[in-house]
Design a protein around this ligand. Sequence first.
Ligand SMILES: *[C@@H]1O[C@H](CO)[C@@H](O)[C@H](O)[C@H]1NC(C)=O
Length: 451
Amino acid sequence: LGPDPDSGTMENSPLQVVTVPTAPYPDQRPGTDGLRKSVCVFQSRRNYLHNFVQSILSSIDLRDRQGSTVVVGGDGRFFNQTAIEVIVQMAAANGVGRLIIGHHGIMSTPAISCVIRKYKAIGGIVLTASHNPGGPHGDFGIKFNTANGGPAKEAVSSKIFLISRTIEEFAICPGLKVDLTTLGRQTFDLENKFKPFTVEIVDSVESYANLLRNIFDFAALKELLSGDHRIKIRLDAMHGVAGPYVRKILCEELGCPANSAINCVPMDDFGGQHPDPHPTYATDLTDSMRDGQYDFGAAFDADGDRNMILGKHGFFVTPSDSVAVIANNIFCIPYFQHTGVRGFARSMPTSAALDRVAKATKIELYETPTGWKFFGNLMDAGMLSLCGEESFGTGGDHIREKDGLWAVLAWLSILASRRQSVEDIVKDHWLKYGRNYFTRSGEKTPESLLI
Ligand SMILES: *[C@@H]1O[C@H](CO)[C@@H](O)[C@H](O)[C@H]1NC(C)=O
């Protein structure tokens, strides 16, 4: 039995929905970033994935779930296809009406947030373990985002955990096979269902690019990156999912030469590297920046929500300084000229560089616990426009996740407007506001900071 995308008619008999008995696991409490375990836990423990997916689906009231739209995608790490197949079969069996899935099952975390909001989905299932290594010996992760496009709040996560502790059965439609390679709609007829279950395979790169086009001045960025006085940039997608977005937006649309973007083919083990945008791991980038041939560099993590910003010769911008510099230059970004600035926020461990900008500009500053959902709360309340974390997360209120490519375009907007080097912009910032130092306990200070 398969999809019949052309005619929409279903000549085969309806797909069977079955209920399978299972036993609970005690360790499925979602952390701030969902459930993360080694791949072998998902592979070797019977129904481990099924239990958690059923717990997510059961946490949504049947009334809200029935006929609803849910988004599914991830960073393409090892186990991605198996997980998507199970999620599709279980979503169908649990009354979800429509799934929106990224082409080949791949979507960056910021793109999922964007797509949830665009399609007014009740939520999304995000398959990533962020910057943790992937592959058969790496980690896999599964996270639930709610209708605002952001990570589930504690009440939802607790509910999922409670259900997982007492689960006795799950519902699945084992004959349902989806084709992730073809864009467009596939419909499936299920027994006991009045309406067909539909799956839409979407080009999330296009949806996400469209969001950014409405935030930044693409003409100015194009001039900066491919005009007569262009700067040279180098972007490292670290074989995560940011690659296709970088290629489409920076290379195809903004005119960067193809060799500006490296490690842009998503791999299920990220080439055996830590997909972590940190001076310790993004060594392809830091090595290529050293001799000064590039004016600007950036790296992303596996699921594309984190970023690291470098200037010429690898001048390292700490994440805490990065958000403060963006705040100080926020009106270089057209989006904020339209919305105004509602507030700034940083997580508790992030340096207070942002506080200094907030004070000088008389804009409200919020300090939150670690976890993007706390920023999401403030954004939903209309109190926050720009925020950041020392752990390489930066973002605005256009979505409810941190957004690596957004941060890069924010920096490029500042460069386009100020026409100064990254280093000069940061040093001017320190002159004006003073400089905040911080380090993570047990972590070596990057060499480039010892100046
Ligand atoms: C996703 O899973 C498939 C099947 O296991 C694998 O071939 C592929 O490399 C994975 N990742 C990507 C980025 O396609």
